[in-house]
Structures are given as C-alpha cells and as structure tokens.
Design a protein around this ligand. Structure first.
Ligand SMILES: Cc1cc2nc3c(=O)[nH]c(=O)nc-3n(C[C@H](O)[C@H](O)[C@H](O)COP(=O)(O)O)c2cc1C
Length: 220
C-alpha cells in the first residue's frame, strides 16, 4: 500500500507514522513558567541530533479546543529558553504516564506523579531525580511548522547528569543499568532494552573481500 500524505486524514497519517517509526526514545521534559512553577510532560517525537554541538530535538504538537493552543512545555520554553530532558527508565513509566494527563492548572503533575526534583546547575527548570540521564538544555531555535501550532524545538545540551554506577571510569555505559524504555505502537505499547543483538560494522575492504569475483566469474 502507498499514499501521498494529502490522501490521508491527519489522524490516519499520525497513526501510520507513530506505529511504524519505532521504537522512539522518550524525553520526560521538565520546564518552568515565568513564575518558576515546574512542569513535566513526556515527548517521543524526540531524539539527540548531534554531539558537536550537542543538540536534542523535540516535536511538540498544538492543542485543539484549549484556551491556549500551546502545550505548557512549549509555552515555558518560549518564556525561559530552557528545559531538561529526563530519560525514562522502566521504574518511571507509570509516573511518566501521570505527567501526560491534561491536568487543570491547579494540580502539580510532578507532585501527582510522586516525582522528586533536583535543582539544575545551569538553568531554572529542575531535573527529575529518578531519571538515570538528565540533560540540561538551552533552546537554540524553535520552528513553528504546519498550521496547528506544532513546534520543532532544537536545544543545546549545556550540562549532562548520569546516575552514579552507570558509567565506568573509561566512560563505558552499562545499558542494563540504564534500563530505558522506548515508545512502541498504539497508545499503550512500550519496550525495554531486552531484545538486542550485535551486528558488526562493515568495512569497504571486508565487503570487497566477501563479494570478490570467483575464478568462474560468479560473485561469491
Ligand atoms: C509516551 C508519550 C509520548 C508523547 N509524545 C508526545 C510528543 O512527541 N509530542 C507531543 O506534542 N505530545 C506528546 N505526548 C503527549 C504530551 O505528553 C501531553 O500532551 C502532555 O499533557 C503535555 O503536557 P504539557 O501541556 O504540560 O506540556 C506524549 C505522551 C506520552 C504518554
């Protein structure tokens, strides 16, 4: 089957994309409003984009039928120019889901989720103490794309925290100890790092050796 995006209803295009481009890492983003009130929300339109400079990207949708078309996270990033990406491990999944609830303004979602915070070193937004990897970020640029208040946020990592015991003195990361989860299909499916395999990187010389012509003229 094949489609041009314009042939699909917006919701159907969303379903096809998020149910095929997977697994996606999850950023539980903390930010603060102009009054310093903290907010947390998960985003799986997220990835690290480069290391030099160290950039992350977030895709933040607009809100339909809401008093403000911007999600709190986007509004806060616009105001303060900074945020923290807290990566999500298996133990944090339920709390992450609570942070995705569209709470009325008077409810503090971080408190509702039972998450403890820790001050950041370079920015006002707090970190989530339970997260194994916390990236303090300053907004580099945000692009308003599409017609429905969607934003692509590019942020530069200005400080990174990794829980003690995960990285050794040679900077090798123990990914079992990280125990991160990724977003899968449907509304509710996630995966851990359990089913993994190793596939050696290919070299040109190795590829040439394996595909060289045999005396009979056939490619081996
Ligand atoms: C696992 C997960 C991933 C999500 N990814 C995104 C995303 O990439 N972009 C987005 O706009 N909303 C995403 N959401 C929904 C937001 O987290 C949700 O709208 C949240 O209430 C926004 O909160 P805020 O208004 O405090 O920013 C996701 C929700 C979950 C549970």
């Amino acid at each position: 089957m094949d489609w041009a995006p314009g042939d699909l209803a917006e919701r159907d295009l969303y379903k096809l994309l998020v149910n095929t481009v997977l697994p996606r890492p999850i950023a539980l983003v903390t930010s603060v409003d102009a009054g310093g009130r903290a907010n947390a929300a998960p985003f799986s339109f997220f990835n690290v984009f480069s290391h030099a400079p160290p950039l992350v990207v977030l895709g933040i949708e607009g809100r339909d039928n809401a008093p403000s078309p911007l999600k709190d996270t986007m509004r806060n990033i616009r105001k303060t120019g900074s945020f923290v990406v807290n990566l999500v491990d298996r133990a944090m999944v339920e709390a992450m889901q609570i942070c995705a609830i569209d709470f009325p303004g008077e409810i503090d979602e971080i408190e509702a989720a039972g998450l403890a915070t820790a001050p950041s070193i370079t920015i006002a937004a707090p970190r989530l103490a339970a997260s194994p990897v916390q990236l303090e970020c300053r907004e580099t640029v945000s692009l308003s794309l599409g017609t429905r208040h969607r934003n692509l946020v590019v942020g530069e990592i200005v400080h990174l925290h990794i829980r003690d015991g995960i990285v050794d003195e040679r900077l090798h990361v123990d990914i079992d100890k990280l125990d991160l989860v990724g977003r899968l299909h449907g509304a509710d499916w996630y995966l851990g790092l359990g089913d993994r395999f190793q596939e050696p990187r290919q070299t040109l010389a190795g590829w040439r050796e394996r595909t060289q012509t045999t005396p009979e003229g056939e490619v081996s």
